[in-house]
Design a protein around this ligand. Structure first.
Ligand code: SF4
Ligand code: SF4
Length: 443
């Protein structure tokens, strides 16, 4: 086994280990949330996942972006099948080991090349939409800094990877045509063939061509391994999480608000003295820290693991915000920011656990990042959940945080105070006592 093969094996092993470690960290963070059991209507769930995550059904609601996204997605999945060949070649020092597939191999390589070109063009158009056309949803304040850099970095990396793939094939097909040793004649090259002519590669020496082919080959595989390990730190984690996240989608009516069991139990016991009031739930142990059961959500520990998975699955596409009536009418609320803030807070908590070995209260919470003004601007219309291409539910987080403000902090909007008082005093939102309810019949 040559030195190149040994380096390759060590590289793949190290990248795989690091990736597994990062994914376990994300999993640990998601499981900091409250436990909820979601395993009903399983066949419906598989259908939703196939339709929304695999079939990208909600992406194509906006046809241009949807079509381009499908190309990038298909390119990402299908071109990476080629990684299988790269790994075998890298380990055993072979070249185009799958070429025994004959005509099917030609078809595969030809398709990969068309897809690579498609991904290249789609990413370039995505950059134009962001930086030349400047679509409003990509220019919002919440994307300033790292989120915008993250998006740009990944689009440029895709372009670089596809360029390396096509240049590698261009050098390879030229070497094949020259009858160079080791470069077996295999594959069809509908894009890199003309590219080789365009670049005048046939006039280059075989050593130059081998250098180009090898550099691009290593760049391609190192780029893919680096991309894999970058995913857990990026919004591009949605490539993986879109699948479980859609499987665990809310299947009932979008506007349905879950009752709090404790409150329901207390109301039942008030109405029927035979029913005992509910017991306080015992505190949970989370990362070496005791978390008391509370009304609503103060911090990430009070949200369900599904809401935390939602936060990690957000693609930051801004479709929710662009449909949000509160945002459209100039309110501070952006459902995309709610998801980004939740994920950033979760990451912050995760980093503390990593450095200190357990969670220690840092005096901050979700409410440090998300203001009351944002929370109360929500009309709970659910236009955001309808628009989201990966079935994220920002409204659930908003409602849980509002519940905390009202039920634990007694903080509400002045416009709602009289309604709450009326419910408490009159058993109805209106300013009339129960004895006045039938007065209207006397008019
Ligand atoms: S439910 Fe709230 S956050 Fe979602 S679109 Fe409606 S107003 Fe905006
Ligand atoms: S919540 Fe959904 S629609 Fe909103 S930015 Fe995230 S992925 Fe896009």
């Amino acid at each position: 086994m040559g030195i190149a093969s040994v380096i390759f094996i060590l590289l793949v092993a190290a990248a795989s280990w690091l990736f597994a470690r990062n994914i376990m960290r994300v999993r640990r963070n998601i499981l900091l949330g409250k436990d909820v059991i979601i395993n009903d209507r399983r066949s419906e769930r598989w259908a939703v996942m196939a339709r929304v995550a695999l079939g990208q059904s909600k992406m194509v609601v906006r046809p241009v972006a949807g079509f381009l996204h499908i190309i990038v997605y298909a390119g990402f999945v299908i071109i990476n099948i080629e990684v299988l060949e790269i790994i075998i070649d890298g380990i055993f020092g072979t070249h185009r080991v799958l070429s025994f597939l004959g005509g099917f191999y030609d078809f595969l390589i030809g398709s990969f090349e068309w897809l690579a070109l498609g991904v290249w063009v789609a990413c370039a158009i995505f950059l134009v939409r962001r930086y030349i056309i400047k679509l409003k949803r990509f220019m919002m304040k919440e994307l300033d800094g790292w989120p915008r850099t993250d998006a740009t970095l990944i689009l440029c990396t895709e372009i670089a990877l596809m360029s390396a793939f096509l240049l590698m094939n261009a050098a390879d097909v030229t070497l094949q045509n020259m009858g160079a040793e080791h470069y077996v004649e295999a594959g069809a090259y509908p894009i890199s063939g003309p590219l080789a002519s365009l670049l005048g590669l046939s006039t280059a020496s075989s050593s130059t061509l081998i250098l180009i082919e090898r550099v691009c080959w290593w760049f391609h595989i190192i780029g893919i391994l680096a991309f894999l390990n970058y995913l857990p730190y990026s919004k591009h984690l949605h490539i993986l999480l879109a699948f479980p996240n859609t499987w665990y989608s809310k299947l009932g009516p979008k506007t349905e608000v879950a009752n709090m069991e404790r409150v329901t139990g207390e109301v039942k016991s008030m109405l029927d003295p035979g029913i005992a009031p509910p017991e306080m739930a015992a505190p949970r142990q989370v990362a070496g820290h005791e978390v008391t059961d509370r009304f609503g959500a103060k911090d990430v520990f009070d949200l369900s693991w599904k809401s935390l998975m939602d936060a990690y699955s957000c693609t930051e596409c801004g479709r929710c915000t662009s449909e949000c009536p509160a945002n459209i009418t100039g309110k501070l609320l952006s459902p995309r920011k709610i998801m980004m803030d939740t994920r950033d807070r979760l990451e912050e908590v995760g980093r503390t656990i990593d450095t200190k070995g357990k969670w220690e209260d840092d005096g901050k919470s979700l409410h440090t990042r998300i203001t009351e003004e944002e929370l109360w601007a929500c009309t709970t219309c659910n236009a955001c959940t309808q628009a989201c291409p990966v079935n994220i539910d920002p409204v659930n987080i908003i409602m849980e945080m509002r519940r905390y403000l009202v039920m634990e902090e007694s903080r509400t909007r002045p416009a709602l105070t009289s309604m709450f008082n009326n419910v408490e005093n009159n058993g109805a939102p209106w300013a009339f006592g129960p004895d006045k309810r039938l007065d209207w019949t006397q008019q």
